[in-house]
Design a protein around this ligand. Structure first.
Ligand code: NAP
Length: 465
């Protein structure tokens, strides 16, 4: 199984490109389903946030992700070639870990990305595009993100795109004390922005949102005033600063609105901080004299200082990610060998049980102590016999040699797929799982339950092929 990923992010593509490719939340399921149907794709997830649109897949043969992007996003790949990155294998693991840990965010350490990764994972599970490999990757990515947060101070301050937007507003005016600010939208980002505006002394906060009740709730919580969305254009110019962050697929403020505002304000300047992707403010509006528009990419300048401050912590986090990438590689390699190890164990256990049964009729009634002695003797013989084949499988796991070694062992031990099927889904013994997990996970994270679920998922995924 190969891991592949293709996408664009805030570093490779400006907001005008990202907004064209952005997949709104309500289309995420459909996008994931379509990707799963794409030739070669066995498992997948789709990440679409204000900073990135990415397609991560597990494939048996190379999946042509560029052709998927072309077909699904109706975008000529040549138009986005310069913005597109593609990763394979360990680089996918590293990238997904860095994304989840907020190391690849515009604002390093912002916590929102973790929720967005979890959401992509949940959508993947709901549409059936997440099986053993993706499950292992994403569940580990979430744990790695948690580790980075607890072991470094990367996420120690409550920094977010919204808080940086407010920092920008403060930079523009020196101070927000006594200022009137207009917040458009009442979602997660708007709420954060409104709270930061309040805590930095903004005097009047107007809130307008498509669903008025949410605007009311938010206005109440920050001591602001809610304004009906229909009255947005007749009221927005009451404030010097408008912070806008809606999920609208089209611009909310256009050039004609800017002209109207300037006319009414007698050319007193007005500042728009637009953190939405797709953008809420049409770039044309910035051509109106007196209107100043800052979009999400302009915030990058503000966050540069922030990145420098966190440089050392980010370095520690990167080292931790490298350690986790290695650990994940071992784990996946072991996972490759699991079906054969389980089949071997089942086969030998079957022989052991049959021999004990045969012996029992000859020996007559045994005391519990005698039964236990026979049991432990035969188990010990079986484990010793299996030790070398299992070690050999683990040794070649993840390499091309695995297929040949597994086939040889299956032949030697008389295991074929039909034998495995006749015996039901092979279930790993505790020894196998512990043996596998000690090389990969701390004991607490590799309980037989967890591994059982992984094996079951693995069988599910192989039965789909
Ligand atoms: P959210 O919690 O889902 O809120 C979405 C907001 O947009 C709600 O107030 C919603 O109004 C409004 N909205 C949706 N469709 C609309 C439409 N067609 N017309 C007018 N209003 C509409 O989303 P969010 O996370 O705050 O994100 C909002 C924007 O910020 C997005 O463009 C996103 O890309 C960008 N952004 C998000 C993050 C992040 O970390 N979450 C970071 C940076 C930028 P209702 O209450 O009526 O539904």
């Amino acid at each position: 199984m190969k891991l592949q990923l293709a996408g664009v992010n805030h570093r490779t593509a400006p907001v005008e490109v990202r907004e064209r490719l952005a997949i709104p939340e309500w289309r995420l399921e459909e996008a994931t389903r379509k990707l799963l149907e794409h030739p070669g794709v066995a498992e997948c997830v789709v990440f679409s946030t204000c900073n990135r649109v990415e397609f991560a897949v597990c494939s048996e043969v190379d999946a042509d992700l560029r052709s998927f992007i072309r077909e699904y996003l109706l975008t000529d790949a040549s138009q986005i070639r310069e913005h597109l990155y593609e990763y394979n294998g360990d680089d996918v693991v590293r990238h997904v870990f860095r994304v989840a840990a907020s190391l690849d965010s515009m604002i390093v350490g912002e916590p929102q990305i973790l929720g967005q990764v979890k959401h992509a994972y949940t959508v993947g599970k709901a549409v059936g595009s997440v099986h053993a490999n993706m499950d292992a990757l994403l569940s580990r990515a979430l744990s790695v993100a948690k580790r980075v947060r607890t072991e470094t101070s990367i996420g120690s301050s409550a920094v977010s795109v919204a808080s940086v937007a407010v920092d920008l507003a403060r930079k523009i005016f020196g101070s927000l004390q006594g200022r009137s600010v207009y917040v458009v939208g009442a979602g997660k980002m708007s709420e954060l922005a409104a709270r930061h505006l309040r805590s930095h002394g903004a005097e009047t906060i107007f809130v307008s949102n498509r669903t008025h009740e949410r605007a009311q709730q938010m206005a109440e919580s920050v001591g602001g005033s809610a304004i009906h969305f229909e009255r947005l254009y007749e009221t927005a110019d009451r404030a010097d600063i408008v912070v806008t962050s809606t999920g609208a697929p089209h611009a909310i403020f256009r050039r004609e609105h800017g002209e109207l505002f300037m006319h009414r304000r007698k050319n007193r300047p007005m500042f728009f901080i637009d953190i939405a992707v797709p953008r809420d403010v049409d770039p044309e509006m910035s051509h109106v004299d007196g209107i100043f528009v800052y979009d999400i990419d302009d915030l990058q300048q503000v966050v540069k200082a922030n990145v420098n401050d966190r440089g050392r912590e980010a370095q520690r986090a990167e080292m931790l990610i490298e350690e986790e990438v290695l650990r994940f590689r071992h784990r996946m390699q072991n996972l490759d060998a699991v079906p054969t190890i389980v089949a071997l164990q089942n086969r030998v256990e079957q022989i052991r049980q049959a021999e004990i049964e045969r012996l029992r009729s000859k020996l007559g009634v045994l005391t519990p102590e005698q039964q236990s002695a026979i049991d432990s003797l035969t188990r010990s013989i079986v484990n010793k016999i299996l030790h070398r084949p299992i070690s050999a499988l683990k040794h070649v796991s993840g390499s091309d040699e695995l297929t040949t070694t597994a086939e040889t062992l299956r032949n030697l031990f008389g295991i074929d797929d039909s034998t495995s099927r006749r015996n039901g889904t092979p279930s790993p013994t505790k020894e196998t799982l512990n043996g596998l997990s000690t090389t990969t996970e701390p004991a607490s994270a590799s309980s037989p339950d967890t591994s059982d679920a992984k094996i079951a998922a693995l069988h599910k995924s192989s039965s789909r092929r």
